[in-house]
Design a binder for this molecule. Structure first.
Ligand SMILES: C[S@@+](CC[C@H](N)C(=O)[O-])C[C@H]1O[C@@H](n2cnc3c(N)ncnc32)[C@H](O)[C@@H]1O
Length: 240
């Protein structure tokens, strides 16, 4: 499927994502560190710090990938489930767990827009670069609201979509050039990492996501800008 048609419908976006992340899974951690100039680990530490994880809490990390956030929450004493659409990502997460030294996490394959989990069964939901990738953002937010107990917290880390047109154009052009070069060098396919700017272009960005959270049953919605506002942390609470 071409990148151009990946956004034509929720089904296409889901299928595109699964194929894309299966392709890049084995290099994902390295590429993320390179593309973020090493900042990704720091942003995730900030997320975990702001999540104020308490021992024994039930936590769900959505789009968990190879498990960075899930393992960090588990290290704070939470009982963590990690969920991802891509089987290969979860195999790598399992392998990390097998190396030892990681607090235990339960991993399940699933879609953020249709969670195979009981309502009101989590105190905390986290996601790193998850919301931008879902086939339907409103459905994903509704599912997060459903599985959180009243008063439960959501923390989401993702790219922002800069509002000033000039900043957005320069930023997306930069990501397109870097993404195309990396995609060609690593996979002989420039579209591989051009997906990032393409998905940002179609994303409502920090203020849009905050408005949607407020409209779909969350209170105390906060937007924390990172990297001069190019990245964002959202914090919100499920209404009581
Ligand atoms: C950019 S990676 C982020 C991985 C991890 N959260 C991190 O921060 O390193 C995006 C992840 O979202 C997953 N994903 C994409 N669409 C999804 C969906 N609809 N439901 C669940 N996971 C999804 C992909 O398989 C991939 O592992």
């Amino acid at each position: 499927m071409s990148l151009r048609s990946a956004f034509d419908s929720p089904e296409r976006k889901r299928a595109y994502n699964r194929a894309l992340f299966t392709t890049i899974a084995d290099r994902y951690d390295l590429i993320t560190a390179v593309l973020s100039y090493g900042q990704d680990a720091r942003w995730k530490r900030t997320l975990i710090k702001m999540a104020q994880v308490r021992p024994g809490e039930r936590a769900l990390d959505l789009a968990c990938g190879t498990g960075d956030i899930a393992f960090a929450a588990a290290a704070k004493g939470a009982r963590v489930v990690g969920l991802d659409l891509t089987h290969r990502m979860l195999q790598l997460a399992h392998r990390r767990q097998g190396y030892g030294g990681q607090a235990p996490v339960g991993f399940i394959t699933g879609d953020m827009t249709d969670l195979p989990l009981r309502s009101a069964s989590f105190d905390l939901v986290t996601t790193g670069y998850g919301l931008r990738n879902v086939p339907d953002l409103t459905l994903a937010i509704d599912e997060i609201a459903r599985v959180l107990r009243p008063g439960g917290r959501l923390l989401s880390l993702d790219f922002n979509r800069p509002q000033p047109a000039l900043v957005r154009a320069v930023y997306l052009s930069y990501l397109t050039v870097v993404g195309a070069t990396l995609g060609w060098l690593l996979h002989r396919d420039p579209d591989t990492y051009r997906y990032i700017p393409a998905s940002i272009r179609r994303y409502p960005g920090a203020t849009g996501v905050a408005a949607l959270l407020a409209a779909r049953g969350f209170t105390n919605v906060r937007v924390v800008p990172l990297l001069f506002g190019l990245m964002t942390l959202h914090l919100a609470e499920r209404s009581r």
